[in-house]
Ligand binder design. Sequence first.
Ligand SMILES: *[C@@H]1O[C@H](CO)[C@@H](O)[C@H](O)[C@H]1NC(C)=O
Ligand SMILES: *[C@@H]1O[C@H](CO)[C@@H](O)[C@H](O)[C@H]1NC(C)=O
Length: 187
Amino acid sequence: MASSSFLVVSSLLALVLSVLFFNGVVPMHAASSDDVVSTICNSTICKKTRNLSICFNVLKSAGTTDLKGLATFTLNLAHDKTIGNRALAQSLASKVADPDLKERYDTCVERYNDAVKDIEGAKGYLGKGDYKGLNTYTFGAMTEVDACLFSLSKLPKDSSTLPGNGKAVEDIYSIILVIANLLLGHA
Ligand SMILES: *[C@@H]1O[C@H](CO)[C@@H](O)[C@H](O)[C@H]1NC(C)=O
Ligand SMILES: *[C@@H]1O[C@H](CO)[C@@H](O)[C@H](O)[C@H]1NC(C)=O
């Protein structure tokens, strides 16, 4: 008797808990994160970028589904990465003995100096809500990094992490370009 009423009480408790769990706070969280994953990240934005998995990981960390918020988060990340790549190019240029390689790294330092300026310009335009400026300046940074990558593509092939880091930062720029187009209504 005692044990069967315990059973009734505990199954009622289990029912109440499961109702709370599946219809309460937890599923609301799950639904909103599914939203980010499937709607915002994969379909609307990431499928149009150069690298789905980088895009997915970046936007997942942004903690927002608001387009301007996503752009701000991604642009700040792009800024950090661009500055990091410039520091790497500077360090490689200062250490390398081979004059041909030194020339390439010097080219990359110059290009990244301009890429940093472009990304900072893009941040200014985003702040003003000028999404055309955001697009133009982010594209400018992409062109600068492309020029560095082109210079590094000459033989003998560069063995540093600078080419891979350049591709990765371009993948991040491509997310900003897609978001800028969505903000401009050119989706
Ligand atoms: C979204 O893309 C990521 C990265 O490729 C993938 O792991 C995930 O399963 C995708 N989600 C949906 C709902 O398509
Ligand atoms: C996407 O980026 C990741 C991480 O940098 C890289 O390993 C992968 O090869 C890239 N995929 C494409 C399609 O470029």
